[in-house]
Design a binder for this molecule. Sequence first.
Ligand SMILES: Cc1cc2nc3c(=O)[nH]c(=O)nc-3n(C[C@H](O)[C@H](O)[C@H](O)COP(=O)(O)OP(=O)(O)OC[C@H]3O[C@@H](n4cnc5c(N)ncnc54)[C@H](O)[C@@H]3O)c2cc1C
Length: 376
Amino acid sequence: MSTTETDAPLTPAAAELRAVLERIMDAHHAKWGDSDEWDALTDFQRAIGAAGWGAPAWPEAIGGKGLGVIDQLACDAEFARVNAPRRVAVFGVNNVGPTMHAVGTPEQQRHLAAIINGDEFWCQGFSEPDAGSDLGGLRCKADVTDDGFVVNGQKVWTSIGLNATHCMLLARTDPDAPKHKGISALLVPMDTPGLTRRAIKQINGEAEFAELFFDNAFVPRTALLGPLHDGWRVTMATLGFERAGVLSVAGTLVGQVKEMMHSQRLADAPPTLRQKALGTYSQARILEWMGQRALAETTDGPGAVSSLIKLFWSHLAAEYAEVNADVVGIDLIAGLAPDATNQLLTSRSATIAGGTTEVMKNLIGERNLGLPREPR
Ligand SMILES: Cc1cc2nc3c(=O)[nH]c(=O)nc-3n(C[C@H](O)[C@H](O)[C@H](O)COP(=O)(O)OP(=O)(O)OC[C@H]3O[C@@H](n4cnc5c(N)ncnc54)[C@H](O)[C@@H]3O)c2cc1C
């Protein structure tokens, strides 16, 4: 068990989770060791689902625990404290599920139980080769027929796209409407005929993303999430649900930095490296205060401040990964520190995922400073 220190309070919910995790983690380690294979990750997801902790932020009426943001952060700290496996249902739990709950039909909302139990794993088919930051420019099209939609086009950078069972897909349903107005959101099973997926292999050797190709893939009318042609508003709701997630990942990073500060390796490191590490720690504390301040200002998440926190967090993540690599030292080169190596290789992706650094700066200009919006 890791000794990660966090300042998150041990709320009653977090104390309950701590007891649950002790039991689950013992059984998980006995069965899977430290494996991060898909089967091990989904098994963990099912175990926490069976224990009632699959989606603690969801309202109790739909199987969650109705936790507020402070409780969620305290619970995330518990998952981090025990080095719990990556929660691969995250896109379903944090983004797609809440959107279905908000705008889905009763039939669509039946997916919620499957998400929480770890029976369905959802991905997000939003980005395309020429539509990332400019998501509204997406070209994947869904021709509207009498009984459904025929989808043609490509998606890229789909996290867990290789293994996911379902996809929330954005496609253009009205090619003649202004670009943000002719998009619809569709709920697509990944085994739909005409849908193929191809792995994108990363520098760390893993394939966490897929490209999705749609070739006359048919989905029925019941797949439409929200109103026809109004998928942009549905998407904005989905992206809005990610707001609390910004605080959560920031909290995890703060915990990692603190753990590095307490490590024997750093104590043994040369003074120049210790000074560098102290600089990272100072920034981590600033990030922590930014998060606490954001929470104090709103009850449901960081709101407009989320762009500032995301910007600060993503650059600190890269800096921490580099300092930590120096601290780990020769073991990293010898391949004996897979976590540190993985952090070093993947940390820069934080400056792209969920809105790039430049996009965050644009948002800060518009929302925090009230500057004129950039022309589109
Ligand atoms: C870890 C990770 C996970 C991801 N998961 C998913 C997923 O599950 N589903 C999904 O659909 N997508 C996913 N993505 C894709 C992600 O949403 C896009 O990569 C991101 O939106 C940027 O789009 P792009 O790659 O097309 O780059 P572009 O938008 O082409 O940007 C290229 C460069 O131009 C800059 N730029 C673009 N527009 C502006 C502007 N208006 N002003 C100033 N600079 C600008 C950018 O900052 C960047 O430096 C993921 C990405 C990462 C890294």
